[in-house]
Design a binder for this molecule. Structure first.
Ligand SMILES: Nc1ncnc2c1ncn2[C@@H]1O[C@H](COP(=O)(O)OP(=O)(O)O)[C@@H](O)[C@H]1O
Ligand SMILES: [Mg+2]
Ligand SMILES: [Zn+2]
Length: 512
């Protein structure tokens, strides 16, 4: 009996597990069976493997072939097992020398003509293989650059099954000359969204943006059409710090599985930015797919910014789906191919008109033609549980005439980013050992305790609570923002000016 063994990787979300792929070739009634809980894609894999072997000019072994993928308990989905199955069969029939192949991880989908097609998720798959002690991987040529981003791995890229056979010391009469297939990738999410220097005036909104970046606070910008809300919100990623090395690997892995990542650019090191349109389906936003669940916008925004522009236009069922990632920082998607877990720890930026007609404003509501009911319903879409998590809720007035005429643009993003980085460093140091890294994550009770004798700076807040103009939840949000203002100002504890400034930043009226 011929035996051939090699390795592949099963991915569930970003978690990869090495799978042993073993082919047994017995002198019995010819057949070809795959075992080990394979899904539909694996049954199709059988057809592709046989066709690819024949197209490579290798006779299909006239044996009873059983390929076992183990552990059987692991759910295996997708087409990336083709290459390992083919190599195991060819090792079992001695077309390629079998020795040592069990220590080589093979990833790739086979075309009927023997071409190796790129697959998604190569980065997390190779990282899992390396973590499990494997050093050698063979991947489709188009995926080689991505696989090489993992430190400590030897990568061989191949354009066809024929190349893989030769690579392992097998012999072929004809080596077909095929061109490497380039991976199909969706447009990469990262875009240069412009610099804060483009924004004229808007001191208050710029301040809100800087505080949001420094404390990791979710942000709501409310204002009439043309006030510059979209322009401001899109500039948040540009003032956030670079990702840490570990974050970069995680973020890049998400984009590898999503197919929205260009390995030519190396690891993703800047916070991603996602701005799904309000007509996007819930699946596009949280993720989905039939057999394999792909990450949606909330996961592609992991460690970056998720912007919902004109947020009240999004269907409530879509807004509802944000609650799980906002609470847990991840999403669990259940599919026939098993549960997939994707990280989704993003900073949320919402923009909204003050009312359906857009003309209402805190001070001058007289141009607004909306009924109070229509206004309430419009904002009601942004439900309490969602807005409860948005520490910064500010009104953006159109740029003033004076600012417009003076044309003075403000500070550029790089200078603001430097202050943000310093403030984040101060917060991280204070919070070290707590598991939190930004003020936005910390419960109000902890921050209040931490004030110690400085609690008196909360006098203004206590009064507002007594008067009923601030809820306890609202007070927590003010406190979190006050700590961020202290971090930005280089103070170890917020003073009463920080608290007053935090109260003043809540320009979106009395919304708890
Ligand atoms: N403060 C500003 N500085 C420079 N340009 C501005 C400013 N506010 C608005 N604009 C201009 O107006 C356009 C509309 O702004 P936008 O961000 O789309 O407004 P909104 O989202 O509030 O409707 C922008 O593309 C920009 O050219
Ligand atoms: Mg807009
Ligand atoms: Zn209105």
């Amino acid at each position: 009996m011929g035996l051939g063994t090699t390795a592949a990787v099963a991915l569930a979300g970003l978690a990869g597990h090495v799978v042993e792929v073993q082919a047994q070739l017995a002198a019995s009634v010819p057949g070809f069976t795959l075992v080990g809980l394979p899904d539909t894609a694996l049954h199709e894999s059988r057809e592709r493997v046989r066709a690819a072997v024949l197209s490579t000019g290798i006779p299909w072994p006239n044996r009873k072939i059983t390929v076992n993928l183990s552990p059987a308990s692991l759910r295996k989905a997708g087409s990336s097992f083709d290459l390992a199955v083919a190599v195991a069969v060819l090792a079992g029939s001695r077309v390629v020398p079998a020795a040592g192949l069990e220590r080589v991880v093979h990833l790739g989908e086979l075309g009927l003509d023997g071409r190796l097609q790129p697959v998604r998720g190569v980065l997390p798959a190779v990282a899992a293989a390396v973590a499990a002690g494997y050093r050698d991987v063979v991947v489709p040529a188009g995926d080689a650059a991505e696989a090489r981003l993992v430190p400590g791995v030897r990568v061989q890229g191949a354009a066809s099954l024929a190349e893989v056979v030769l690579l392992h010391g097998g012999e072929l009469e004809h080596v077909p000359d095929v061109e490497a297939v380039r991976p199909v990738r969706q447009p990469v999410a990262r875009r240069v969204a412009g610099d804060l220097a483009d924004v004229v005036g808007q001191a208050q909104a710029r301040m809100a943006l800087e505080v949001a970046a420094a404390g990791g606070h979710h942000l709501l910008l409310v204002g009439p059409p043309g006030a510059g809300k979209t322009m401001l919100a899109a500039r948040l990623p540009g003032i956030l710090p670079d990702l840490t090395a570990a974050e970069a690997v995680e973020v890049t892995s998400v984009h590898s599985v999503a197919g929205t990542f260009d390995p030519g650019d190396g690891l993703v090191t800047r916070p991603p930015f996602e701005d799904p349109h309000h007509t996007a389906t819930p699946a596009a936003i949280v993720g989905g797919g039939s057999q394999v669940a792909r990450p949606g916008a909330v996961s592609r925004a992991h460690r970056g910014v998720l912007m919902l522009d004109e947020a009240p236009e999004f269907p409530s069922r879509v807004l509802e789906t944000l609650r799980q990632p906002l609470e847990a920082g991840e999403l669990v998607l259940h599919r026939s191919g098993g549960a997939a877990r994707y990280p989704a720890r993003f900073q949320l930026v919402l923009t909204a008109n003050p009312c359906p007609c857009g003309m209402a404003s805190l001070n001058k509501g007289f141009d607004c033609s909306c009924t109070p009911t229509a206004k309430r319903r419009y904002f009601g879409r942004l439900s309490g549980p969602l807005l409860d998590r948005v520490d910064l809720q500010v009104e953006v007035a159109p740029v003033t005439r004076a600012d417009r005429l003076s044309g003075t643009s403000g500070e550029g993003s790089a200078r603001v980013a430097a202050r943000v980085a310093a403030a984040r460093g101060a917060a991280r140091e204070r919070l070290s050992g707590t598991g939190w890294t930004t003020n936005a994550e910390v419960p109000g009770s902890w921050l209040r305790e931490r004030l110690g004798p400085e609690r008196r700076v909360l006098g203004q807040v206590e009064q507002m609570i007594d008067r009923g103009t601030l809820t306890l939840r609202g007070a927590d949000r003010v406190l979190r923002v006050a700590w961020t203002l202290a971090d930005l100002g280089g103070r170890t504890v917020p003073d009463s000016t920080d608290v007053a400034a935090a109260v003043a930043l809540r320009t979106r009226g009395n919304h708890g």
